[in-house]
Design a binder for this molecule. Structure first.
Ligand SMILES: [Zn+2]
Length: 412
């Protein structure tokens, strides 16, 4: 493996102690007496055979499990890996924005070479890892590992007694699953006013397992709410949700995240080369030359899953649209929504800006399908139609299978 000469790093140019808040937990300063569950390994184990791929078979030098209140800064300090390396990793992270999703219990593994950080792995679950590998004196590249594993279905059912949130929580749905249910049926049901005691619900939830271990990832496969004489349903067919009749539950996506049209200043390009290093630095979004303060619109119905500041991406928002689609909006000046909020297509969610590392005022807009960034200007975006005629039989049999599961649980 090629190694790089390292110049003395100019620490002075880096921002002072940036506190990145991890996961959903607000930042709290670390106590000085914090015990570090760092597993230092004997030197003899460090020299294992060279790996063939970037998924490293070498034993890491340190492994650290994230605790509540940790920040990336303090972890890098504790491990004495250096803030400069942290900023280099963060610079690479702007293309994937994985560091902001770290939460207590996730694991960081560090590989060092001659005292410098050579590789960092974020382990979110057995199903999902992101690896940052040194690609030059001051640059890292990332790779992402996703394992599909096995999904097992279960039914979560209950009666309405109090609010939908309280009733669903009692039955065993998580807060984020409840948000997804609300987002799916937002046009059909007023969750605050329409539900009555005695109404009931059934949700078919799939849980992901890898080699028998639950990863914590879940998927809503189907749901039904019996609201007096009404029946509200949603079925996940190939990543999109349809009702009993096969009509789409989501409105069509908008191609552009703004009301007016703005010059496209940089296109989606997975092979874009860094102008200085010449290395591939993917551009996972589309840039629009929006003046600071331009209203930014949600391109589809969904749930806000992140409103975060990143030293390079600036203030950014992530919205999940059902199971399959996700959008991201970077370099904003102001967020008009908060995490957990349900949004509908065309809703004003933010004002554009020039925050983070940006060469001028613009909006960087990303569309992800099944966890991978795609060209938002060219990708097939959801249209508000029903199930295709060609898929009709497959949809009907999926729907009937899910309904049968709900019926078993729902009659009690
Ligand atoms: Zn961009």
């Amino acid at each position: 493996m090629k190694r790089f000469l390292r110049k003395p790093l100019m620490l002075g140019v880096f921002l002072p102690a940036v506190a990145l808040t991890l996961g959903a937990f607000s930042y709290q300063p670390l106590h000085s007496d914090l015990k570090l569950p760092i597993q230092a390994l004997p030197d003899s184990e460090l020299e294992s055979p060279e790996s063939l791929s970037r998924v490293d078979v070498r034993v890491p030098d340190f492994t650290y499990t994230i605790q509540r209140g940790d920040t990336l800064s303090t972890i890098f300090d504790m491990l004495d890996v250096g803030q400069a390396a942290m900023y280099q990793v963060l610079e690479s992270d702007v293309s994937i924005l994985a560091l902001d999703t770290l939460k207590p219990g996730d694991q960081l593994s560090f590989w060092l070479y001659e005292g410098q950080l050579d590789q960092l792995e974020l382990r979110f679950s057995p199903a999902h890892q992101v690896v940052f590998s040194r690609a030059g004196e001051e640059t890292f590249e990332y790779s992402e590992v996703r394992v599909e594993g096995e999904w097992k279905e279960e039914v979560v059912a209950g009666d309405i007694n109090g609010s939908f949130y309280v009733s669903a929580k009692r039955a065993g749905l998580t807060a984020s699953e409840i948000q997804k249910v609300s987002a799916l049926l937002q046009d059909k049901l007023n969750f605050r006013r329409d539900l009555r005691a005695g109404d009931s619900f059934q949700v078919v939830r799939a849980k992901q397992y890898i080699e028998g271990e639950a990863t914590g990832n879940t998927r809503l496969e189907g749901l039904r709410i019996l609201n007096r004489s009404r029946e509200l349903t949603a079925f996940n067919f190939e990543g999109q949700y349809f009702d009993l009749n096969g009509d789409s539950l989501a409105r069509a996506f908008m191609r552009y995240p703004t009301k007016g049209r703005y010059r496209l200043s940089s296109r989606f390009n997975p092979f874009r080369k860094h102008p200085v290093t010449g290395r591939v630095r993917p551009h996972n979004g589309t840039d629009f030359a929006t003046p600071i303060g331009t209203p930014i619109l949600a391109t589809g119905d969904g749930v806000v899953t992140r409103v975060t500041k990143h030293p390079y991406a600036g203030l950014y928002i992530v919205i999940e649209h059902g199971q399959k689609y996700k959008t991201r909006f970077l370099h904003l000046s102001k967020a008009l929504v908060s995490k957990g909020q349900t949004v509908s297509r065309g809703q004003k969610i933010a004002l554009s800006g020039n925050s983070g590392r940006s060469t001028g005022a613009h909006l960087h807009y990303e569309l992800h399908i099944n966890g991978r960034p795609v060209d938002a200007m060219k990708a097939a975006i959801p249209v508000a139609e029903g199930v295709n005629q060609a898929d009709r039989l497959a949809f009907d049999s999926l729907r009937d299978r899910l309904l049968a599961q709900m019926n078993k649980q729902g009659q009690g």
